[in-house]
Design a protein around this ligand. Structure first.
Ligand code: FES
Length: 60
């Protein structure tokens, strides 16, 4: 097992890797598709929340 690692990208998403579980605000699990690394939206513009869909690139 590897420790969870979060990387905050400047003007972009938060990359999460390692051993982690993702839940919504009510504690319900969110499927991550078995990916080793996920990108969580930090800008609030994604249409695929909570995941980054690249919309942050359209922001000034
Ligand atoms: S951080 Fe990428 S869409 Fe929000």
């Amino acid at each position: 097992m590897s420790e969870a690692k979060l990387v905050v990208k400047e003007d972009g998403p938060i990359l999460v890797s390692g051993d982690f579980s993702l839940c919504d605000g009510e504690g319900n699990p969110i499927e991550t598709g078995g990916k080793a690394t996920i990108a969580l939206c930090a800008c609030g513009r994604t249409e695929s929340g909570p995941f980054c869909d690249g919309k942050h690139k359209q922001c000034d």
